[in-house]
Design a protein around this ligand. Structure first.
Ligand SMILES: [Ca+2]
Ligand SMILES: [Ca+2]
Ligand SMILES: [Ca+2]
Length: 190
């Protein structure tokens, strides 16, 4: 399959009418057409987050800000929505990898994964039957195939496909469905 650019192809998948719909929402919430981190948090109704959740949201903002200019513009917003709403598994996994690799060194270490799982719990709540530390260790035991203490992109993608429980927790990290639902209903409920 195609592995490279996760954004380009997904944007094409969206229907023009749907894009227009999202454009109207975007411009209503963000008339400048450029979403800052602060607005991003407001947009999604995220306030009073603990530091871990906050760091996670900032990391999410940075992965959506593809040209790294500090703003999410409309095309970046559409690419993000498109990924969330109908991205293929492979694209989502690649995106997760980027999101989880907080320092951007091309590998996910134990500390990075631990922080992400903590943040997912803080934001979405996930009912793990064990502590986040235990969960993280278990994930590493299973999917760090070469045992170097870091997850490469290949280990991550392969591991996620094989480990249902890990996949489920990860899905929560991109589970913006409640957020999307909120955006949908906000205009009507006011
Ligand atoms: Ca940008
Ligand atoms: Ca890293
Ligand atoms: Ca490894």
């Amino acid at each position: 399959g195609t592995m490279g650019n996760a954004s380009g192809s997904t944007v094409d998948d969206m229907q023009a009418v749907e894009i227009h719909h999202w454009y109207k929402k975007f411009m209503t919430e963000c008339p400048s057409g450029q979403l800052t981190l602060h607005e991003f948090k407001q947009f999604f109704g995220l306030r009073g987050l603990d530091p871990e959740a906050n760091a996670y949201i900032e990391q999410m903002f940075r992965t959506f800000d593809m040209n790294k200019d500090g703003y999410i513009d409309f095309m970046e917003y559409v690419a993000a929505l498109s990924l969330v709403l109908r991205g293929k598994m492979e694209q989502k996994l690649r995106w997760y990898f980027k999101l989880y690799d907080a320092d951007g060194n091309g590998c996910i270490d134990r500390y990075e994964l631990l922080n992400i799982i903590k943040a997912i719990q803080a934001i979405n709540g996930c009912n793990l039957e064990m502590s986040v530390e235990e969960f993280t260790n278990r994930v590493f035991e299973k999917i760090d195939v070469n045992g170097d203490g870091e997850l490469s992109l290949d280990e991550f993608v392969e591991g996620a496909r094989k480990d249902e429980e890990f996949m489920e927790v990860m899905m929560k990290s991109l589970d913006l469905t409640h957020i999307v639902a909120m955006i949908h209903s906000r205009r009507h409920s006011v």
